[in-house]
Design a protein around this ligand. Structure first.
Ligand SMILES: [Zn+2]
Length: 498
């Protein structure tokens, strides 16, 4: 895989960000000095025992680096944590490092800045571009939700307030500093950081941090080895002392049925019956992969050709970002940029930007496919489409990614007969299906395959970003198959690395 080596000097946005400081040595490496060094620590401020709210505070020698600043999503008790004060004052955090641009990894950032964080925010060039889409979008959603709640009076809070505003999101964006893949940089004094691709979405990185004589790796979200669009994760470094690894699908191995066969079986009858298919999908990453498969199946005649409405301005913009960073993809740049050949656009794709055009889709008759975010139907335009289409048994809701506990997507998978939207219970009469293999996360086998790329078991592997069953299953696999000693931290737990 080609690695961006220039820190992102070309393209429309890349040159706009300040660079991270360059390569600097840490200490003289002598044994006596290492023994005397204070030990680094990690405090798990999120994604502990759950999949959202990724935030890990890495401390060493009085300096603090926050790895990811994600929003909690799903259950109300999790979402309420977004409003809690952090155990450390944001002004005392020296820098933030974002592994990628999904909201559960970066969506807390504007709140952090609003509360006094004044340092730099480091990320890869592609993530810097993605943040410019996701953070203002997240703010708009929260402002719209607060306004809607105030209008309908269904919030317990009077008035309902957004967690942050679009202006605050724009303010947070000004703190971005880009770091190229594969280039070590001392982001905070005493912490040398190297980012490498994980194949999850463009720009997604795992972070190798050298501090206090130890090598610590934070995985971020890790993709699979067999994705049609994204390339595979880069190998891990050798000699890892401590590893923090995601476990979203710790308990799951993808079924052998090819994605094309699964999609054909689910979609063909609904489209033949002139139904409407609603696909909640994260705008960044998942929409791209869904479009790739819809195009492949329509071109080969395995599903009826139907108009595809991508009801997400962000998804539309993300296709452009993908083509800008195609070094990370399995698809060539010239193919991506050719409207006829581009595998991540269907031939009859309709890109819906304005809210009025989105509302007009309410009256549209099938067959049609709507792809709209958010991926877990926890917010965004897809909620309107679900409210409109769920009561009709001719329609289908297709869930294509991980559905966290407490989200509408999870309720639908679990067979809910009603889902609450805009303060009203909507009956679920439409068909509901979910598909495996379209996830941007590697399954349990792929995570194990990735972990085997290092040379020896880390002293401790912290399992995060998973629900309790997935974390437990992952612990068993890593302990038994790889002989990795594992530990599953609790929310807000602080662990010294020795
Ligand atoms: Zn992600």
């Amino acid at each position: 895989m080609a690695i961006c080596s220039d820190g992102g000097a070309s393209g429309n946005h890349r040159g706009a960000f300040p660079r991270a400081p360059g390569r600097l040595p840490i200490g003289d490496g002598s044994a006596a000095r290492l023994r005397a060094m204070p030990k680094p620590s990690i405090q798990f401020l999120g994604a502990a025992g759950t999949v959202t709210g990724s935030r890990f505070l890495f401390e060493h020698a009085g300096k603090r680096l926050l790895i990811d600043a994600g929003l909690f999503q799903g259950l109300k008790e999790l979402r309420s944590r977004n409003w809690d004060d952090l155990p450390v004052a944001p002004a005392r955090i020296d820098a933030v490092l974002l592994t990628h641009g999904h909201i559960d990894h970066c969506g807390y950032l504007p709140r952090l800045v609003r509360q006094g964080f004044a340092g730099p925010v480091f990320c890869t060039p592609a993530t810097a571009d993605i943040l410019a889409l996701t953070l203002p979008d997240s703010a708009r959603l929260q402002e719209e939700e607060a306004a809607f709640a105030n209008k309908r009076g269904y919030s317990r809070h009077h008035p309902a307030l957004p967690l942050y505003t679009e202006v605050e999101a724009e303010h947070a964006l000004r703190k971005r500093h880009v770091v190229a893949y594969g280039t070590p940089a001392e982001l905070v004094p005493g912490m040398r950081v190297t980012l490498r691709p994980t194949g999850h979405i463009v720009g997604a990185a795992f972070a190798e941090i050298e501090a206090g004589g130890q090598r610590v790796v934070f995985s971020g979200d890790v993709g699979g080895y067999d994705c049609a669009v994204m390339g595979p994760p880069a190998p891990l470094p050798k000699g890892i002392d401590h590893l923090v690894v995601e476990s979203t699908y710790g308990g799951r191995v993808e079924e052998p049925t090819p994605i094309s066969a699964q999609l054909e079986r689910i979609l063909a009858p609904v489209l033949r019956n002139r139904g409407v298919v609603v696909i909640p999908a994260f705008a960044i990453g998942r929409t791209t992969i869904v479009l790739y498969w819809l195009r492949t199946l329509m071109e080969s005649g395995r599903i009826p050709t139907a108009p595809v409405y991508v009801d997400s301005p962000m998804a539309t913009d993300s296709v452009e970002i993908y083509s800008r960073y195609c070094d990370e993809l399995n698809v060539r740049k010239d193919v991506l940029e050719d409207a006829n050949l581009c595998p991540i656009r269907t031939r009859d794709i309709q890109l819906v930007r304005s809210r009025d055009d989105s509302k007009r889709l309410n009256a549209l008759k099938g067959p049609a496919i709507f792809i709209s975010s958010s991926g877990m139907a926890s917010g965004g335009r897809v909620v309107h489409h679900l409210a409109q289409r769920l009561p009709d048994p001719n329609n289908l809701v297709l869930l294509v990614g991980y559905q966290a506990v407490g989200t509408r997507g999870r309720a639908l998978i679990e067979g809910a007969r009603y889902v609450r939207m805009f303060g009203v219970d909507i009956p679920v009469r439409a068909q509901v299906a979910s598909i495996r293999g379209l996830s941007a996360h590697g399954d349990s086998n792929e995570i194990v395959q990735w972990l085997k790329t290092t040379d020896r078991p880390p002293r401790r592997t912290f399992l995060v970003h998973g629900e309790p069953e997935a974390l437990a299953a992952m612990a068993v696999r890593l302990e038994q198959e790889l002989k990795f000693p594992t530990y599953t931290p609790r929310y807000l737990e602080r662990v010294e690395l020795d």
